[in-house]
Design a protein around this ligand. Structure first.
Ligand code: ADP
Ligand code: MG
Length: 259
């Protein structure tokens, strides 16, 4: 059965979309079947996957509002090789329309039922807020992957997210857990980074991924070519780090299955 992970942090610019796109490509490289869901009206994961958000026949707007079957909106990415449920500005309207619907928090979970058996991993790139779209992601998911930059206010920002996760876990989705915290744009020469990183470890223990994602210009350049770093410059430090993360995630998934 597939593992559904919400990539969430209500702070913008922490590396959610970069992680979503590059982890999707890296999991494919480890022979896993992957669906990436763009749940941000900015459509950055869509563009970064080489799919034009201004030219979508069907998108997550149609899926969430019940205007099409989920599978009908899925697109194959090339050369990365994962499947994508794309999004664009229309998603803003979906968030508004959801408010009027029954089971408004569970629309995404319900929509994924039909495609779930086709994948090993389903990754959801969340918007930078704790809105109804993010709530839908947290209700659909089993795990939350939290990308974060190790800077001064990072830990403070985490508490609102963790409260939201706990409240959803105690009501709509008892299976929901923090899957892992991922340190992004990591610079070991910066002493603040190292301090915050140590605090993170003492607070969250082995929930913190051993893999860190370095600041790497290839990760920032690749989206303008519509490519994950792995397909843009496979020997770049960014591409290699996300491959290591995919390996760590597969290892953890196997260990959890044995436990
Ligand atoms: P979010 O989705 O959380 O808003 P993004 O993934 O879009 O964050 O990242 C914000 C910006 O930082 C983007 O311009 C992205 O290219 C850049 N970026 C993200 N991760 C890295 C990294 N490890 N090294 C260099 N630039 C990065
Ligand atoms: Mg983003």
């Amino acid at each position: 059965m597939s593992k559904i992970l919400a990539i969430a942090n209500q702070k913008g610019g922490v590396g959610k979309t970069t992680t979503a796109v590059n982890l999707a490509a890296s999991l494919v490289a480890t022979k896993r079947r992957v669906l990436l869901i763009d749940l941000d009206p900015q459509g950055n994961a869509t563009m970064g996957s080489g799919i034009d958000k201004y030219d979508l026949e069907l998108s997550m707007y149609d899926v969430l509002t019940g205007k099409c079957r989920t599978a009908a909106a899925v697109q194959k990415t090339d050369p990365a090789g994962y499947d994508l449920l794309p999004a664009n500005g229309d998603l803003v309207a979906a968030e508004v329309e959801l408010m009027e619907m029954s089971r408004k928090e569970s629309r995404l979970r319900d929509a994924l039922g039909e495609v779930r058996p086709d994948y090993d991993y389903i990754l959801i790139d969340c918007p930078p807020s704790l809105n109804m779209l993010t709530v839908n992601a947290l209700v659909a998911a089993q795990g939350v992957l939290i990308p974060m930059q190790c800077e001064y206010y990072a830990l403070e920002g985490l508490s609102a997210l963790i409260q939201t996760v706990e409240s959803i876990a105690s009501t709509l989705n008892p299976k929901l857990e923090i899957e892992g915290l991922l340190r992004t744009m990591y610079d070991p020469r910066n002493s603040l980074t190292v301090d915050v990183s140590a605090q993170l470890m003492s607070h969250f223990g082995d929930k913190v991924y051993g893999t860190v994602i370095p600041r790497n210009v290839r990760l920032a350049e690749a989206p303008s070519h519509g490519l994950p770093a792995l397909n843009y410059d496979k020997s770049s430090r960014g591409a290699v780090a996300y491959l290591a993360l995919a390996g760590e995630m597969n290892r953890r998934t196997r260990q959890a299955a044995r436990a």
